[in-house]
Design a protein around this ligand. Structure first.
Ligand SMILES: [Cu+2]
Length: 376
């Protein structure tokens, strides 16, 4: 046997090797949360664009990288992130990184007049932060929020993957990000105005598009879907999934100690819920807002916050049903494809708007956010 033949000298060697190895393991354990942390740098511009929110509703927006929602930013817990922002619009903006703690870093919190001066038209600003908080976070403008965030599309998803995911989230096969918001057609062509407390929104959307411009959610039996629901606008939404319960696992990015099942979930402005769903019931099943006015387009039923789970191999049984009306041309409409890509910033051409005519830009530059007399 080896042990019987080992000399005292060799025993001492193996003692040193064994204990060095244990020390190395302890070191790795201590830094495991940040063992793979990386520095990442992204570019974000803010552009004046026009997007089609609903059939016939062309809406002027302030668009991050020219798109609404803004691009997915996905990083890992502990990453050091730098974002260079260029404001190519005619009004000032900032970016608030909603959910981040900004420990010893409050000057990167993006609040105009508090943590920084707003980024003026033509100016640039660089944000640096550490991804200390994990989960479904988001970023949005913090200047004139009721207009810029409320009705101009200045929001996008920021997903920070935890170093140690929960057992439940490890099972996920498909991510589905839904950012819910609303629009007021009175202000579609009045960039710089609107979003006031007496204005009533008349269009409601998932990822900036109202049904039938939403997309079906394609799944197959056995998929485990992670719905990430964001209250990006000023309305309260009540999301109902037909045929399936949602297991609510995370609130505002944090894993819940006791996940719970629902079939209808209330989401207020700024809130995020993650719900994990077993796709075990093949068919066509609606997903929609149960706040009834929010499934309309300008008062007409059959619009707004509405889509459908479509299982592979299932054909519609009713001619002209909503499934048939969905255009079904973008598998990344819910960021499902972007979430499969490596960490980084991912633009999505489907969400891109068309450049805004320059008419009115000079007046906005002079007039700022003053409400015109005609709009009182
Ligand atoms: Cu803004």
């Amino acid at each position: 046997m080896m042990k019987q033949h080992a000399t005292p000298h060799r025993q001492a060697d193996s003692y040193v090797i064994r204990h060095s190895f244990i020390a190395l393991l302890v070191c790795l354990g201590l830094i495991s949360g940040n063992a793979w942390a990386e520095s990442r740098e992204f570019e974000l511009t803010i552009e004046e664009r026009v997007i089609e929110v609903a059939p016939g509703l062309h809406y002027q927006v302030f668009a991050f990288n020219g798109q609404v929602p803004g691009p997915l930013i996905r990083v890992r817990e502990g990453d050091d992130v730098t974002i260079n922002v260029v404001n190519n619009t005619t009004l000032p903006h900032t970016i608030h990184w909603h959910g981040l703690y900004q420990r010893n870093n409050w000057k990167n919190d993006g609040v105009p007049g508090v943590t920084q001066k707003a980024i003026e038209p033509g100016d640039t600003f660089t944000y640096h932060w550490k991804a200390e908080k994990t989960g479904s976070l988001w970023y949005h403008c913090h200047v004139n929020v009721s207009e810029h965030v409320g009705i101009r599309g200045m929001w996008g998803p920021l997903i920070v993957d935890p170093a140690k995911p929960t057992k439940l989230e490890k099972k996920v096969t498909k991510d589905v990000i839904m950012m819910l918001s609303s629009w007021d057609s009175d202000y579609a062509e009045k960039l710089g105005y609107g979003g006031g407390p007496r204005d009533l929104p008349n269009y409601f959307s998932i990822n900036g598009r109202a049904f039938p411009l939403t997309q079906p959610i394609h799944v197959k039996e056995g998929d485990v879907v992670r719905l990430r629901l964001f209250g990006a606008g000023a309305e309260i939404h009540s999301i109902h999934t037909h045929g399936h319960d949602m297991l609510v696992t995370h609130k505002d990015g944090r894993a819940l100690p006791a996940p719970y099942y629902v079939d209808t979930l209330l989401i207020g402005p700024g809130e995020r819920y993650d719900a994990i769903m077993e796709m075990d019931n093949p068919g066509l099943f609606m997903v929609h807002d149960h706040v009834d006015p929010q499934v309309t387009n300008n008062g007409k039923h059959g619009g707004g916050v509405m889509t459908m789970f479509v299982y592979d191999g299932i054909e519609p049984v009713v001619e002209g049903d909503p499934h048939g009306a969905l255009p079904d041309n973008d598998p990344d409409f819910y960021f499902s494809e972007s979430m499969k890509k490596p960490y980084g910033l991912h633009n999505n051409a489907h969400f891109a708007g068309v450049p805004l005519e320059t008419k009115g830009r000079a007046e906005r530059r002079r007039g700022g956010h003053e409400t015109p007399e005609a709009d009182d």
